[in-house]
Write a protein that binds this ligand. Sequence first.
Ligand code: NAD
Ligand code: UDP
Length: 337
Amino acid sequence: MLIARRGQNIMRERAVLQRILVTGGAGFLGSHLCEALLRSGHHVICLDDFSTGLRRNIEHLADTEHFSFIEHDIVTPIDFDVDQIFNLACPASPPHYQANPIHTTKTSVLGSLNLLELARRHNARILQASTSEVYGDPNVHPQVESYWGNVNPFGPRACYDEGKRCAETLFFDYHQSHGVAVKIARIFNTYGPRMRPDDGRVVSNFIVQALKGDDITIYGDGSQTRSFCFVDDLIDGFLCLMASPASFTGPVNLGNPCEFTIGELAEQVIELTGSTSRIVHRPLPIDDPRQRRPDISMAMRKLDWQPRVTLFEGLGKTIRHFDRLLADIDPILTEVA
Ligand code: NAD
Ligand code: UDP
């Protein structure tokens, strides 16, 4: 069931038809965003290079009026008329962004530069999907936007963390130097339907393992924490941020402030799936952040936004999605291969 949300309502009320570019639109978050923008009556141009996104995420939109698709890598410049840009193009899962780290950095740095130029030429408003990873392994808890972070510039996560940090710098400088209307969202761990079964992030890994009866792989002792936001809440935050006054650029944290250990997450997944899977422990990846929880006071104050979906509820919806997906796995595996 669709819940009417604040962001969706604002976009609908201001429904002068906008040409909105969503880069990374065939990915997990991007495909949900394309749907939400189409529901608000806008023209959506979805752009993706299918490096981690899937054609099947957007197949159902292909015949929708006001939807078009461009296959393109944002590392190469592009030009067309546009009113708003949501820049989501970037691999987000550690195994995916570490697979080709140089291209990950190029995507954040050169890609952002190309899209900021596009925004400048067409006087478009542009939103950057930044990340809680800009705080690295944080020494301040919960994380507030004024915290500068604790990032290793030389480790396996650096291509993602430093790329996203540099992108924020470029956004700030295009705003200062060229007056481009920018918005920066620092997204905390978000999960939900349309994550790939082989995505590698913790929620999809645990659910797929539990449903298949495989061992559930906790990295380290499971005492590290994350705060998990359901996708619908995050998309609503994106829409509220894009519609906020031009004077508000962010960066602003978007995430769910309820914090869980990874061990607690595994227990919840086992309970909700009724799985007989065993928990096994694997080595903790290098530079894995110990704890993470957003301080969302700025988002509540400036955007009148806060998440509504509990982890229990969101996991239930995500488990139902994966249950259906695994029953119909062949087409996915064909595309993933
Ligand atoms: P995803 O991997 O499902 O989506 C990323 C999309 O970008 C994919 O469709 C991929 O094919 C596309 N892409 C990657 N590089 C590209 C390039 N050079 N040119 C064109 N397209 C490219 O991941 P997601 O979880 O949907 O993340 C979307 C965005 O949100 C990313 O920028 C990510 O860094 C950010 N983010 C996500 C989370 C989260 O928890 N989901 C947290 C923090 C930040
Ligand atoms: N993790 C885990 N088992 C897995 C995948 C991840 O224990 O199968 C851990 C990972 O080490 C990290 C946390 O879960 O501590 C979140 O990992 P994810 O890759 O989802 O996101 P990120 O580390 O980028 O926040």
